[in-house]
Design a protein. Structure first.
Length: 57
């Protein structure tokens, strides 16, 4: 997984690749622990949820 921290303070986790077992499983299920491969900041933008909230307020 990679972790993205936005300027609003929220974080998102994105799957970078499936583990060995999940790649071979038709449902891509992995029951092991996951780890963060990358952490990075997105200081110039907010997350999609905060952007949507601002549009409707």
């Amino acid at each position: 997984y990679e972790e993205i921290t936005f300027s609003c303070g929220d974080t998102e986790h994105h799957l970078m690749q499936h583990c060995h077992f999940a790649r071979n499983d038709p449902g891509h299920q992995c029951f092991g622990a996951w780890n963060l491969k990358r952490k990075w900041r997105q200081p110039a933008s907010e997350c999609e949820d905060c952007i949507r909230k601002k549009q409707y307020n």
